[in-house]
Design a binder for this molecule. Structure first.
Ligand code: NCD
Length: 309
């Protein structure tokens, strides 16, 4: 494969295993590049990249901004707090306004499921979904796969346990699509009320007992409790989440002896993960996920804009 056969990157849904491998392979060169002293390429020179983030973000927004700048794009960030969204403008009107300014690529994060797809339908440029509600977060799943492939040498046959708030997590949703496509054995672990019942888990083993769920896992991926997407009653009835579902050294012993610990961030230390586990450089890949995220996003920006240069 020499080109990415899609106009947008809206989700893992719709991608083939070859499309995914192509993006991961393209990202590899940028990891080495980003470790060099001079981190400036010019392949996006003259192109305008708009980052429209309607939800809070630290690593995803910053990662897309740095990725675009390292490729030479003009990067403009749309700040929702200071925008006309606060004056009641609809998402589509905002999108049409941004489109009229002729961006060459749009990166969007929004609290509504399907927002990226709706916006892509009215844009004249490629759109990357940087997280839509409980929908998808494709670049996160791709950078997770890149991190696993680099640390474990493969994805096929890996036992991956995704743990915590599966129901509200777009990271889980995208990973649940991507990882089985590349041959990983995925299972989910979490309290009953945070496991989706909509068929998303068809064929995926689900565990409510943490130790049983991570038994023998090669990768333990922890997720944050997304209280902002929960009914208050559910959030209030979670009780002592750490006592039952927090990843501690004691619990990690149930996973494979060399199990890799991952977390997309932001972490709530002492809730879903014990600090010393998160900070252990041998076992935790959390900062590598962030590093690989910049490279992966450079690959996405590059391949989606090839026909505009
Ligand atoms: C995640 C997100 O926004 O979906 N964060 C991220 O992009 N790294 C996960 C989360 O918010 O818990």
């Amino acid at each position: 494969m020499t080109a990415f056969p899609h106009r947008h990157l809206l989700g893992i849904e719709g991608l083939s295993a070859d499309d995914i491998r192509f993006l991961l392979d393209e990202a590899e060169q940028w990891i080495a590049f980003n470790r060099g002293r001079r981190k400036q390429d010019d392949r996006l020179a003259g192109l305008t990249q708009v980052n429209a983030f309607f939800e809070n973000s630290t690593r995803t927004l910053f990662s897309f901004e740095i990725a675009g700048k390292r490729l030479g794009a003009q990067v403009a960030n749309f700040h929702v707090a200071a925008s006309s969204v606060k004056k009641g403008e609809s998402l589509i009107d905002t999108a049409l306004t941004l489109n009229a300014m002729r961006p060459d690529i749009l990166v969007i994060r929004h609290e509504q499921d399907g927002a990226a797809r709706d916006v892509a339908a009215v844009m004249d440029c490629p759109v990357i979904n940087a997280g839509d509600g409980r929908g998808e977060h494709p670049t996160q799943a791709l950078l997770d796969a890149l991190t696993m492939r680099r640390r474990k040498g493969r994805i096929e046959g890996l036992k991956v346990a995704i743990c915590g708030d599966i129901l509200n997590s777009r990271v889980a949703r995208s990973n649940l699509k991507l990882l089985p496509m590349l041959g990983a054995e995925v299972r989910v672990v979490g309290p009953e009320m945070l496991l989706p019942k909509d068929g998303r888990l068809d064929g995926i083993p689900a565990f409510t007992d943490f130790n049983e769920g991570i038994a023998g896992a090669d990768v333990v991926m922890m997720l944050r409790i997304q209280r902002e997407r929960m009914e208050e009653a559910v959030a209030g009835s979670l009780g002592d989440f750490h006592a039952l579902y927090g990843l501690t050294w004691e619990r990690l012993r149930h996973a494979a002896p060399d199990a890799l610990v991952m977390h997309p961030g932001p972490m709530n230390r002492g809730v879903e993960i014990e600090s010393s586990v998160a900070d252990d450089p041998e076992r935790s890949a959390i900062t590598e996920q962030v590093e690989n995220g910049v490279a992966l996003r450079m690959a996405c920006l590059d391949v989606l804009t090839r026909d505009r240069r």
